[in-house]
Design a protein around this ligand. Structure first.
Ligand SMILES: *Cc1c(COP(=O)(O)O)cnc(C)c1O
Length: 382
C-alpha cells in the first residue's frame, strides 16, 4: 500500500459506496436492468480503479467513462467488464479501442463511418441518440433520417453495434414540464430503438432517471452521482440512506492570536474587529477548494463550525477558531464530506453543483480508502 503524508487528503468510504450501490439497485428491476457504474472523471474525483474493483467484486459488469484514457486505465487495472466511452474518441484510436475491448459511443453517422474506415479489427459501439439533451448523438427528432442513419451504421463492416442509448436533460426535476420532457425523450428513444431493433443494450437512465423515471425497457442504469452520495438536484429530497462517500480533511498547521485591526490574507479582505484566535490550514484552491468561498465558507473542527477568514490562497487558508479552544496544531479538520458540511453545501455557496466540487479535488490530494473505518488502500496521483 502506498503511504500518504497527512496534510490534506480525501477519505473514500468504501462501505458507504457499497451501501449506495445497494440502495440504487433497489430502484431498478434486476431481471430487466443492470447497474452500469459511471467512473468518468477519475470516478467523480474518488479514484476510478479502487471503486471499479469494489463494484466488480459486488457483481457489476458494466462501466462507463468519458474518454479513452479513462477506459484504458480501467482495463489495464483489471476491469473485466464492459467499458463504454460516453463521449468523443478520435477515430485514429480505432485499433486501441479494439485492442482493449472498449465500447465506443457512435455519436453520428459520419463519425461511425470514419471509425469503421479507420478500424482493422472490429470495434464495439453503442449508437448515441440525441433525444433532447442537445449535446451529442444522432438527432432523434428527425425520425426517418435517424432510422436511416442507424441502418447505415449497422451495415458498416468494422463496427459491432451492440447497443443504443440516450441521455436525459432534466431527469433531476419533478416540475411538470420537466417530467413531460423526460417522457418525450423516453418515448422517442424507445420507439426508435424498437423500430431499429437488434440491440443487446438499450439504455437511457442516469441516477435521477433511475430514481424518478425508471423504465424497465432500459437494460442498463448508468449510475453516477448517487453512487457517490450526492444529490442530482438539491431541490429534491435525497433518496433515503444515500450518503456521501468522500470526505476531504486537512489539519491545523499554525495558530495565532489576532488583535483588533489585524488583517488576514491577500487583498486584506478580512480585518479583525476584536481579539480572535485563528488557525491556518494547509489547503487551498490548488487542492480544489473553491476560492469563491473566501470569507464565506466554513469547515468543521472538533465538531464545531469555523469560518474562513479572508481569501482562500493557493495552498492555505485561515479559519476562525476563537470559539474552539480545544483546537491545536495537528488537530484534524473536516473540510467537507459525510457530515454537517457536504459537497452539495459547498456547491450551493458557490452557485454550482456537488458534481463540480468532488471532481475538482485535485491530483495532489491523496485518496485514502477506508473499510470498516480502517485504511485499506491509498492512491497518490501525483
Ligand atoms: C455522467 C453521465 C451519466 C451519469 O449521470 P449522473 O447524473 O451522475 O447519474 C449517465 N450518462 C451519461 C451519458 C453521462 O454523461
Amino acid at each position: 500500500m502506498e503511504i500518504f503524508h497527512k496534510r490534506t487528503w480525501a477519505e473514500i468510504d468504501l462501505d458507504a459506496a457499497e451501501r449506495n450501490l445497494n440502495i440504487l439497485k433497489g430502484f431498478i428491476d434486476k431481471e430487466k436492468t443492470r447497474p452500469c457504474c459511471v467512473l468518468k472523471a477519475f470516478g467523480y474525483g474518488h479514484g476510478d480503479t479502487v471503486l471499479m474493483k469494489l463494484y466488480q467484486s459486488l457483481g457489476v459488469d458494466f462501466f462507463a467513462v468519458s474518454n479513452i484514457d479513462e477506459a484504458i486505465g480501467l482495463r489495464k487495472n483489471g476491469c473485466t467488464g464492459d467499458i463504454l466511452i460516453l463521449g468523443y474518441t478520435d477515430d485514429a484510436y480505432a485499433a486501441e479501442l479494439a485492442e482493449y475491448d472498449i465500447i465506443q459511443a457512435a455519436v453520428s453517422a459520419e463519425y461511425a463511418r470514419e471509425l469503421s474506415a479507420a478500424a482493422e479489427k472490429p470495434v464495439r459501439v453503442h449508437i448515441k441518440l440525441d433525444t433532447g439533451m442537445g449535446r451529442i448523438g444522432l438527432i432523434a427528432k428527425d425520425r426517418e433520417k435517424c432510422l436511416e442513419e442507424i441502418a447505415q451504421i449497422k451495415k458498416l463492416p468494422k463496427l459491432v453495434p451492440e447497443g443504443i442509448f440516450t441521455h436525459f436533460a432534466v431527469a433531476d426535476s419533478l416540475e411538470e414540464e420537466s417530467c413531460s420532457y423526460t417522457d418525450m425523450q423516453k418515448d422517442l428513444f424507445f420507439s426508435i430503438a424498437e423500430e431499429a431493433g437488434g440491440f443487446k443494450e438499450v439504455h437511457c437512465l442516469n441516477s435521477a432517471g433511475a430514481e424518478l423515471h425508471y423504465d424497465s425497457r432500459s437494460t442498463l442504469a448508468r449510475f453516477g452521482i448517487l453512487l457517490y452520495g450526492l444529490n442530482p438536484d438539491t431541490s429534491l429530497e435525497m433518496p433515503k440512506g444515500i450518503e456521501p462517500v468522500m470526505e476531504v480533511k486537512t489539519v491545523i498547521g499554525y495558530i495565532k492570536e489576532l488583535h483588533k485591526g489585524d488583517c488576514v490574507s491577500y487583498g486584506r479582505t478580512f480585518t479583525a474587529q476584536r481579539d480572535m484566535r485563528a488557525a491556518t490550514l494547509p489547503i487551498g484552491y490548488a487542492d480544489g477548494y473553491p476560492r469563491l468561498l473566501s470569507n464565506r465558507g466554513e469547515v468543521i473542527i472538533c465538531g464545531k463550525r469555523a469560518k474562513i477568514l479572508g481569501r482562500v490562497c493557493m495552498d492555505q487558508m485561515i479559519v476562525d477558531i476563537t470559539d474552539i479552544p480545544e483546537a491545536k496544531i495537528g488537530t484534524e479538520v473536516t473540510v467537507f464530506g459525510r457530515g454537517e458540511i457536504t459537497a452539495d453545501d459547498i456547491a450551493a455557496l458557490c452557485g454550482s453543483i456537488g458534481y463540480e466540487i468532488i471532481c475538482a479535488v485535485s491530483p495532489r490530494v491523496p485518496r485514502v480508502y477506508l473499510k470498516n473505518g480502517k485504511i485499506v488502500d491509498v492512491v497518490n496521483i501525483l
